[in-house]
Design a protein around this ligand. Structure first.
Ligand SMILES: Nc1nc2c(ncn2[C@@H]2O[C@H](COP(=O)(O)OP(=O)(O)O)[C@@H](O)[C@H]2O)c(=O)[nH]1
Ligand SMILES: [Mg+2]
Length: 309
């Protein structure tokens, strides 16, 4: 079974400490001062929300709603504000029904995409460990054939997690590796194939075409695959991550997001913006460099992490 919920909350809380310090600290100062909700108060609230990368649209919605409620006498003091904010953000963050969309039968194939340095390879390793620990037989396809060092690194992680990895020589055909991994998984009845891919900028046509080829070739073996295409986004890039998500969502058929490096940023609110603007669920968050530092996205744990409960 997956790790207990209490531990999950603790990890998420640690990982979101910078966002919490930024938004929680500023909110505490605003609210604790017993101020009334006037123009200046709203300006400071706006600044706080934008700094945590809640996004312009959501921030404006919150401010407008707050003014309406204030006039209606529903929000008068700081405590009301906090409850209102939490409810408003919670409404944006419906949790995915299940961690991964599973194949009806045979192996589930998950394609991991994103720009260089976002955390794809690390995420593949963490996912492999997580699902292996939960009792699933996992096969990794090392399809970033551009970086031999990265393949070696992934091989070490795969070994540690106790899962098999299919690879080719440096510069080999990525699609062929994906095909072989699917074939291997089918042959031995494995439950999950994780496909690591090269970092591709959406401007680089050939890389996007390679991704399409991987998809086509996988489908020759498993017609319903890939069952998930997870876009890995570096949360520290804030609004730039939102931009990347928009391009990839169109070009690569993304079905969900992994938001990495939340531990290194006060921009945890990007999760809310992306969810709102693209309608794509955040499936996992990365909260550190260790193998256990990947958590399924839990809206309640996430908000508790931001608001410090
Ligand atoms: N602090 C932190 N670092 C991370 C996280 N995920 C990945 N990294 C680091 O980001 C760097 C790039 O990761 P990598 O998986 O190689 O990115 P890729 O190019 O997309 O495959 C590495 O140094 C990772 O350790 C995370 O959740 N938190
Ligand atoms: Mg990589």
């Amino acid at each position: 079974m997956f790790k207990a919920l209490g531990r999950l909350f603790e990890k998420v809380k640690q990982g979101l400490s910078k966002t919490r310090q930024a938004i929680g600290g500023a909110l505490a100062r605003l609210i604790g001062a017993g101020r009334k909700i006037d123009r200046q108060f709203l300006d400071e609230l706006e600044e706080t929300l934008l700094q945590a990368d809640i996004g312009v649209a959501k921030t404006e919605e919150i401010l407008a709603e707050l003014q309406t409620r204030y006039k209606a006498g529903e929000v008068a003091k700081g405590e009301d504000l906090l409850a209102f904010l939490k409810a408003s953000l919670r409404a944006e963050l419906a949790a995915p029904a299940e961690e991964l969309n599973r194949a009806a039968s045979g192996p589930t194939v998950v394609l991991i995409v994103g720009v260089n340095g976002a955390g794809k390879t690390t995420t593949v390793a963490k996912l492999a460990k997580r699902h292996k620990d939960a009792g699933t037989d996992v096969v990794i396809a090392a399809c970033d054939t551009y970086r031999a060092a990265a393949i070696d690194q992934l091989a070490v992680w795969a070994g540690r997690a106790g899962v098999d990895m299919v690879r080719t020589k440096d510069g080999g055909d990525a699609a062929a590796v994906a095909f072989d991994a699917c074939a291997a998984a089918e042959a031995r009845g494995a439950g999950l194939v994780l496909v690591d891919t090269a970092g591709r900028l959406h401007t680089k046509d050939h890389l996007m075409r390679e991704l399409e080829k991987i998809r086509r070739v996988i489908q020759k073996r498993i017609p319903a695959a890939p069952h998930e295409v997870l876009l890995v986004l570096d949360a520290t890039t804030g609004q730039n991550a939102v931009q990347q998500a928009k391009v990839f969502a169109q070009a690569a058929g993304v079905t969900g997001l992994v938001l990495t490096k939340l531990d290194g940023t006060a921009k945890g609110g990007a999760a809310i913006t992306i969810r709102r603007e693209l309608g794509l669920p955040v499936k996992y968050i990365g909260v550190g460099e260790g193998m256990d530092d990947l958590q399924p996205f839990d809206p309640d744990a996430f908000l508790a992490g931001i608001f410090g409960e």
